[in-house]
Write a protein that binds this ligand. Structure first.
Ligand SMILES: *Cc1c(COP(=O)(O)O)cnc(C)c1O
Length: 430
């Protein structure tokens, strides 16, 4: 079921389809319902009045999937754990860049990821994952979900199809594969997962076990401007809205999107577990969406400038920027096919001299800020080996090529010349 066309969900001007950048300022909001307000007010309310008892009953039937003849197509406003105008405006707008039928927002990226996986995988099932994933997702799948009877099998994100098939065989011995979860490109080491292969894998697994697992892709790193997983074989895209979409390092949120049929159990579990997002944060995110395209493109361009500067620096051993993938290599082909040549703004580089030299450089920076997280307007830099990736096991670190001197930078929208000047003076201290 696709969202019904309403006057406030118009996507076209006559025969002209409007672009997401234009629709971000209007889609999903009817000013007439809010005193003509140009912007959606914040509906800071927990609950909504029904016109009649019958209306309340009908809304609850629709929300609970028990609609009767004569009921409205969409449930009206009920209670802010289920729905709220700010939440609905944000969800409608989030569908636009990715071309998703339905989107849902959550209290955090991990709220989105955990709700999606638990909606589709139940006790006795298996999650097939690429590795490495975001640290929180690795912990969820490897340490928390087994407590609920959900096991997992993995393959390295850069694995060959033969290696992936081995992982599938191992997974099927454990139980029914209920979800294929991957992240591409991986952060910060740039392994690439081929989503066309994942789609074929899901079809084959579906034929073998009689249930096709959805392919879920965490698209936080390139964001909706850098890559559209749904157009390349994914069934569900998940985001940490905390990063590029929120974009100002001032909120925590998450989203999941895909076909309505796949979102229905996710919506139900979100209501059941209460991983929904509050109206104020939804409002801030709708505001962020108006500039996400401008911000991300500016950050991508700044990152390209910084990466090119670092590449020639004598104190930098390796720059792991997606724009520097080896032409003709598998990763180069898959990455460019999936991202349309967008290389993002978060990447790692290796400072010569190991961790001590890297720490000296980090401590000397004056413009770049020393913090984990990414995707904000300001440039953030961190040492993954001792922070975000401190828990990654030794064998995987080796396979990923971690070095003591590796630092990760998320380039923001400052003037790139200032960032380069700051790196220049700090690298002198390394
Ligand atoms: C930050 C992040 C998450 C988790 O998002 P939160 O909003 O912090 O819960 C998930 N995946 C990726 C790739 C991330 O960078």
């Amino acid at each position: 079921m696709s969202k019904p066309e309403t006057p406030y969900r118009k996507r076209a001007l006559g025969a002209r389809a409007l672009s997401p950048e234009t629709l971000m300022m209007s889609y999903g909001f009817d000013a007439k319902l809010s005193e003509g307000s140009i912007k959606p007010p914040i509906f800071q309310t927990s609950t909504f009045a029904f016109a009649t008892a019958e209306e309340g009953a009908a809304f609850f039937r629709v929300m609970g999937g028990r609609a009767q003849a004569g009921d409205p197509v969409e449930a009206g406003l009920l209670y802010s754990r289920f729905n709220n105008p700010n939440m609905e405006v944000l969800e409608d707008r989030l569908t636009l860049f990715d071309g998703a039928e339905d989107a849902l927002v959550f209290s955090s990226g991990m709220g989105a990821i955990s709700t999606v996986i638990m909606a589709h995988a139940h006790a006795g099932d298996v999650v097939l994952q690429s590795t490495p994933l975001y640290g929180g997702t690795e912990t969820l799948i490897r340490a928390i979900l087994p407590q609920y009877g959900i096991r997992s099998a993995d393959f390295f994100a850069g694995a060959s199809e033969a290696e992936i098939n081995e992982a599938v065989d191992a997974a099927l011995k454990l139980g029914r594969i209920a979800v294929i979860f991957c992240e591409t490109p991986t952060n910060p080491t740039n392994e690439v997962v081929d989503l066309a292969v994942m789609k074929r894998l899901a079809d084959e697994i579906g034929a073998r076990q009689g249930h096709r697992p959805p392919v879920v892709v965490d698209n936080t790193i390139l964001g909706p401007i850098g890559q559209s997983p749904l157009a390349h074989g994914a069934d569900i895209a998940v985001y940490s809205l905390t990063k590029y979409i929120g974009g100002h390092s001032d909120l925590i949120g998450g989203a999941a999107m895909g076909a309505s049929a796949l979102m229905a159990p996710v919506r139900k579990l979100r209501s059941g577990m209460g991983t929904n997002l509050d109206p104020n944060t939804c409002w801030m995110l709708a505001r962020s969406l108006e500039t996400v395209s401008l911000r991300m493109k500016a950050a991508f361009e700044g990152a390209r400038r910084v990466a090119e500067y670092l590449k020639g620096h004598p104190k930098v051993e390796r720059v792991r920027y997606l724009g520097f993938l080896e032409p003709g290599s598998r990763d180069h082909e898959v990455h460019n096919r999936q991202s349309g040549g967008h290389h993002g703004s978060t990447f790692a580089f290796d400072v010569a001299g190991g961790q001590e030299a890297a720490f000296r450089m980090l401590n000397a920076l004056g413009v770049l800020k020393l913090a984990v997280s990414l995707g904000g307007t300001e440039t953030l830099i961190c040492h993954p080996g001792s922070t975000t990736h401190a828990g990654v096991d030794e064998a995987l670190r080796e396979r990923l090529g971690f070095t003591g001197g590796m630092v990760r930078v998320s380039v923001g929208i400052e003037n790139p010349d200032d960032l380069i000047a700051d790196l220049e003076q700090a690298l002198e201290q390394a």
